[in-house]
Write a protein that binds this ligand. Structure first.
Ligand SMILES: Cc1cc2nc3c(=O)[nH]c(=O)nc-3n(C[C@H](O)[C@H](O)[C@H](O)COP(=O)(O)O)c2cc1C
Ligand code: SF4
Length: 447
């Protein structure tokens, strides 16, 4: 499959993170073009391009920019979501490390379009190296006149602040992020009102993902037709897919939207050790698991939905045939219980109880009714909690049980592949498949 890198094309250049390299490779040309146009023309361009947010939900970016009220006399803000906490997701951090100026250029263009004179990058606390690169690049951009007062003589002013969070997954949820940025405890806000009118400091705010904004300079430079020549009708453009887990060459693979896992695995050398694919996440741990039956699903927003899951962050965690699903699902559920902000009961209590049930199943102390109890609990959590973290927490459980139900049921003569013993304390407590291959550590390190 021919793949022409767009977003990642500078990553292998020597000192790719410096301004000198960036300028040599067409850097800040998009900004010059953008500043020669009116802000509304830019919003229209991004609308026409069909660019959709790369932070997980796929919201149309131009439409989001268009929601910002004009002439309201309030300050406008642009906030970049660089929290990247979804397990398996590893695209924004490498992008900021390898090519920080592409993000900065996108920020200046986006801020100009939505008439913001102050922008923030909210960076996940653990991304220390990315923060260093980004701060150094911001200093270079100020020095060169791409940030600050009267940018490139256009009369447009923009200040950019890089803010490191403290490593809480919930602070990736855009309204929790805004509370955290304001110095409060990071918990989601009630909506409406939406950030477009009442965002940071109760002012109109656009929140966009790193990859979304880093895509913008390319669209300004090369145009709508070029952008739409990649990907599919409703999900155009290039995309960075993160492959981790049981794959021969894990890493970031850029390909047009709609590329299949089969094609990506070809690029990545296949499943590790030539083993068979058992399960995978198309968009991080909060998206329902898929199986080898879905290898040919187009990985774009519609294609993955048709296959029964979500594209999310395009974080493909690959699990081979040796993996025991129960420890995987238990570990992921523990993640959500740990990261639940505690604001609402279904999520705070539900995730904690589900970890307890899954843990006792894993210890061989499960009850034959546990599977139904878990499905019922997920049914009561999904759509009934304050934010999407709780919905995401149900995904591994519901999809794991859907495809691998036997592994969650007690071992009985009729179900020899079950995960646990049916009787508490029985000596026959070995987990099918062995815990070693199924430990999330197999992919957690790639995050
Ligand atoms: C629990 C939770 C965590 C999230 N974490 C992130 C994140 O780390 N990065 C991100 O860009 N979006 C994250 N999102 C999605 C954001 O709320 C928001 O939709 C996104 O930043 C919008 O940017 P986009 O339109 O460019 O995709 C998260 C959402 C939820 C519910
Ligand atoms: S769903 Fe969970 S993370 Fe979201 S507000 Fe409720 S308790 Fe917090």
């Amino acid at each position: 499959m021919p793949v022409t890198p767009v977003l990642t094309r500078r990553w292998s250049a020597p000192e790719s993170w410096t301004l000198a390299t960036y300028e040599r490779l067409d850097g800040y040309q998009g900004l010059r073009r953008a500043l020669a146009q009116g802000p509304d023309d830019l919003i229209k361009l991004i609308k026409d391009s069909g660019l959709r947010g790369r932070g997980g939900a796929g919201f149309p970016t131009g439409m989001k920019w268009g929601f910002i009220p004009q002439g309201d006399g309030k300050p406008h803000y642009l906030v970049i979501n660089a929290d990247e906490g979804e397990p398996g997701t590893c695209k924004d951090a490498p992008l900021m490390k390898a090519d920080p100026h592409s993000l900065i250029e996108g920020i200046v263009i986006a801020a100009y379009a939505v008439r913001a004179s102050r922008a923030f990058v909210y960076l996940r606390g653990e991304l220390i190296h990315a923060a260093r690169r980004l701060r150094a690049a911001v200093a270079e951009a100020y020095q060169a006149g791409y940030l600050g007062r009267d940018i490139l003589g256009s009369g447009f002013d923009l200040d950019l602040v890089i803010h490191s969070g403290a490593g809480a997954y919930i602070c990736g949820e855009e309204t929790a992020l805004l509370d955290s940025l304001e110095g409060r405890r990071g918990q989601p806000r009630l909506r409406p009102p939406f950030p477009a009118t009442h965002g940071l400091y109760a002012s109109p705010t656009v929140v966009n993902n790193v990859e979304t904004i880093a895509t913008v300079p390319f669209i300004v430079n090369y145009g709508v037709d070029w952008f739409r020549s990649m990907g599919r009708e409703r999900s155009p453009g290039p995309k960075i897919y993160s492959l981790s887990g049981h794959v021969t060459r894990p890493g970031q693979y850029e390909a047009p939207m709609g590329t299949t896992l089969r094609e990506l695995l070809d690029l990545a050398g296949g499943v590790l050790g030539g083993r068979k694919l058992k399960a995978w996440t198309p968009g991080g741990s909060s998206t329902p698991l898929l199986t080898a039956d879905h290898l040919d699903a187009p990985l774009d927003f519609e294609g993955v939905q048709e296959a029964g899951s979500l594209l999310g962050t395009a974080a493909l965690m690959i699990m081979d045939e040796t993996v025991d699903m129960l420890p995987v699902v238990r570990r992921l559920t523990q993640f959500y219980a740990h990261e639940s902000c505690g604001k609402c009961t279904p999520c705070r209590e539900g995730t904690t109880w589900m970890v307890q049930i899954l843990s006792r199943m894993e210890r061989g102390q499960g009850d034959p009714d546990d599977v139904d109890t878990l499905v019922d609990a997920c049914d009561n959590i999904f759509g009934r909690a304050f934010c999407a973290l709780a919905d995401g927490a149900t995904s591994p459980i519901v999809s794991g049980i859907k495809f691998f139900r036997n592994e969650f049921l007690p071992i009985t003569p009729a179900n020899p592949s079950g995960s646990t013993t049916s009787v508490a304390g029985s000596a026959n407590g070995a987990t099918a498949g062995g815990a070693a291959a199924g430990t999330p550590g197999a992919y957690a390190g790639a995050h």
